[in-house]
Design a protein around this ligand. Structure first.
Ligand code: SAM
Length: 338
């Protein structure tokens, strides 16, 4: 099987192979060829055997278009720029297809550890976006294989919180960026999610006393599970065995990114809220109910909906802007010193 050390304009430090030589269905997906064991240490059933279900459940073009447009407004490039872009943890392509809209002339490497998800991405790309330039690469986000200073822009949509060591990905992003390049990530933040987890706890405590209708038992069980998972995710040490089974490992904070960015030498780090509505908590609980049960907030008793609404209204607009559950973080690499 022939190995190559160049993907388009990008130089690699480690050779990759076209998986088409192993399975013709996978032609056009490149890989350094990981052992199954290594892949399974990082990702589980939902991203592997259940990839098709995951991709259809989480496809959300409008949301990602909105995020990429918001990002492009903060970047210095015109829409017709021919950028070298790396998308980390592309999954089935939400971030990739939105990036095509913002920078249609760019060359994008869509990378993920999951070959089944990359295959769904590849098929959608070939059917609907083949006028754009994209290469699919199986890549562990904690172990880059790129030569230094290859990319203008690195984007990761909901990837860092799945990793054991996101700081490794940030360090390697710094190295792989050209001077004056940017790295942008969209991730869950502790401030908003831990407030939300307290609301879930209040709801199940209030439910015990309620004489005005009860929350359905499976929903209470979901709230309890989420509360437990969210508590674990705030902790920065991910060496406990339980994290080997948890796809979602982290909730981040502004100081976490600011300190790492400063230590790595980034010129600036900017964290910002991704919420466009005033109903942060109601929106997220609604999303959980939809993903888990195909239900919405109307399935909660009135007192529970009123409590969530009260919490959403409790904070002023300026505090809400700090209280994000989902946030963007934008790192800028400095120009070379003359
Ligand atoms: C929440 S999904 C996000 C997918 C896509 N960016 C989107 O927004 O739809 C997270 C993705 O990260 C990938 N992933 C998890 N751990 C990884 C790792 N160590 N290296 C590369 N990809 C990983 C998963 O396979 C999955 O596709």
């Amino acid at each position: 099987m022939s190995a190559i050390q160049q993907l388009g304009h990008i130089t690699l430090e480690q050779a990759v192979h076209d998986l088409g030589s192993v399975n013709p269905d996978l032609a056009g997906i490149y890989s350094p060829q990981y052992e199954d064991k290594e892949v399974q240490r990082y990702i589980h059933k939902q991203f592997l055997d259940d990839a098709a279900h995951y991709a259809s459940n989480y496809q959300n073009n409008d949301y990602w278009l909105h995020l990429m447009q918001g990002l492009a407004q903060q970047l210095p490039w015109q829409a017709d720029s021919e950028l070298e872009v790396l998308d980390i943890g592309s999954g089935a392509g939400n971030t990739l297809f939105a990036l095509f809209q913002s920078y249609p002339q760019s060359h994008i490497i869509a990378s993920d550890l999951s070959v089944p998800l990359l295959n769904i991405l590849k098929q959608h790309y070939q059917q609907h976006h083949s006028q754009h330039h994209c290469t699919a690469l199986q890549l562990n986000a904690e172990a880059f294989i790129f030569a230094p200073e290859q990319f203008d822009l690195i984007v990761g949509g909901a990837i860092l919180h799945h990793l054991y060591h996101p700081e490794k990905t940030l360090a390697q992003s710094y190295k792989a960026l050209k001077p004056e390049g940017y790295a942008a990530f969209f991730e869950p933040f502790e401030m908003g999610y831990q407030t939300l987890s307290l609301i879930l706890r209040q709801l199940w405590e209030m439910n015990k006393q309620s004489h005005f209708g009860k929350i359905e038992r499976p929903i209470i069980q979901l709230f309890k599970r989420l509360y437990k998972e969210l508590s674990l995710r705030s902790n920065q040490d991910k060496s406990a065995r339980i994290f080997q089974k948890m796809d979602d490992k982290w909730l981040f904070s502004r100081p976490y990114f600011e300190e790492i960015g400063k230590d790595l030498g980034f010129e600036s780090v900017h964290c910002y809220s991704l919420h466009s509505t005033e109903t942060i908590f109601a929106d997220q609980i609604n999303t959980w109910l939809r993903l888990q049960f195909g239900k919405d907030l109307s399935h909660l008793p009135r007192w529970a909906r009123q409590h969530i609404q009260m919490m959403d209204k409790h904070y002023s607009a300026s505090v809400r802007a700090e209280l994000f559950t989902e946030g963007g973080v934008l790192f800028k690499k400095a120009a070379n010193k003359l």
